[in-house]
Ligand binder design. Structure first.
Ligand code: GLN
Length: 193
């Protein structure tokens, strides 16, 4: 089984670890550079991207994360994790940085300006409808030519799931619905690489 880490300095780490184990991966928490070295792939959970960024700097994890992603490690970011994997963000706080890797612009708290949280059925990667929970969620404002759009959601047919090579991101939280479709898709990506 692949070993998949969950960025564990902040966010809903435990839910992702359970979902990863449910799809047959070995899930481990990643808080230090040495722990990052031991994983085949990484999940960046939902939570608060500004806090994640600051803690990643404090714990000297930001540069190691960028280096592993540049070297091709598969990664999946959910909600705040999607923000962390974006090359560019809108409506971040002053100076907010990301890990980056996906050639896209992500607007932070975009759905949240309209409604704090909501659920919707989204068609993910052509695999049929799945229940998606959005909590102060970002949306993808624009994508580069290498980025594949995997899901859209109302209101406004916004881009809410994308893939660029070994990198996957969703605006929503699949880890809290009991539907492990996104985790199983990501675990397959890790096994293939
Ligand atoms: N609004 C949060 C952020 O900017 C993301 C919310 C979430 O992960 N549920 O990081």
């Amino acid at each position: 089984a692949p070993t998949i880490g969950v960025f564990a300095l902040q966010g809903d780490v435990r839910e992702h670890m359970h979902a990863l184990e449910a799809v047959g991966a070995r899930a481990v928490a990643v808080r230090r550079p040495r722990e990052l070295e031991e994983v085949d792939g990484l999940v960046v959970p939902g939570g608060e991207s500004t806090t994640m960024w600051k803690l990643a700097e404090t714990f000297e994890l930001l540069e190691p994360l960028r280096m592993r992603i540049k070297a091709g490690m598969p990664a999946y970011g959910s909600c705040a994790g999607m923000i962390m994997l974006a090359d560019r963000i809108e409506d971040g706080i002053e100076g907010q940085q990301t890990i980056g890797g996906i050639d896209m612009v992500v607007r932070r708290n975009a759905f949240g300006r309209q409604v704090d949280s909501f659920e919707a059925d989204v068609d993910f990667a052509g695999r049929g409808e799945m229940r998606a929970v959005f909590i102060r969620a970002p949306w993808v404002e624009s994508v580069g030519s290498e980025v594949e759009v995997l899901a859209l959601a109302e209101p406004g047919d916004r881009i809410v799931a994308v893939r660029q090579g070994p990198l996957l991101a969703t605006s929503f939280h699949p880890e809290i619905t009991g539907d492990v479709g996104v985790h199983s898709y990501f675990a397959e990506m890790v096994r293939e690489l």
